[in-house]
Design a protein around this ligand. Structure first.
Ligand SMILES: [Cu+2]
Ligand SMILES: [Zn+2]
Length: 189
């Protein structure tokens, strides 16, 4: 306990110095203003790799536009048909089935929904449609995703599912197993 007290008293002046120098004695601007001053990245990319026992792979790009974030995905080696397509909470594809990516990215604790629902997880991008060759192309501008702030997708996971997202079932859309996983990283503008 003596040691802890000594440690704390040693740290105290340091904290005081940081506190005084931090903002030149001025108030911090509110979060929103700070985000305006320090803009986030304008382009991001996720490279999707197949999970164990699957062959699906692809690339997703995210580009900041005046209307929202434009999402363009090309995924290959899918079964023809609809596949749930989401941003998940963690940028962790380390588990063979990609469950390490966690649930849908939902910082506001809303319900699972369709991309055009007001009440939806931030990560709810709906479905990607694969053609008869197994190629799925997705191209939408999304108003929920952002590149900075609490809804920022940077460092989050991107998952393509085996089945269709029914856009209704809570909290996953019942889209089944994860066939491809990637991590959203900052890309060159
Ligand atoms: Cu998902
Ligand atoms: Zn969801």
């Amino acid at each position: 306990m003596k040691r802890l007290t000594a440690l704390l008293s040693g740290l105290l002046p340091l904290g005081l110095i940081i506190g005084l120098n931090g903002c030149g004695g001025q108030e911090h601007p509110p979060g929103g203003q700070l985000e305006e001053v320090l803009p986030g990245p304008t382009k991001a990319v996720a490279v999707l790799h197949p999970t164990e026992g699957n062959d699906a792979y692809g690339t997703v790009t995210f580009t900041e536009t005046p209307d929202g974030v434009e999402v363009v995905a090309d995924v290959y080696n899918l079964e023809p048909g609809l596949h749930g397509f989401h941003i998940h909470e963690y940028g962790d594809c380390s588990e063979p089935d990609a469950t390490s990516a966690g649930g849908h990215f939902a910082p506001m604790n809303r319900e699972h929904g369709a991309p055009d629902d007001l009440d939806r997880h931030v990560g709810d991008l709906g479905n990607i449609m694969a053609d008869s060759t197994g190629h799925g192309h997705y191209e939408e501008t999304d108003t929920h995703l952002t590149m900075s702030g609490v809804n920022s997708i940077i460092g989050r996971g991107v998952i393509v599912h085996e089945g269709e997202d029914d856009l209704t079932t809570q909290p996953t859309g019942a889209a089944g197993a994860r066939v491809a996983c990637g991590v959203v990283g900052i890309d060159e503008d």
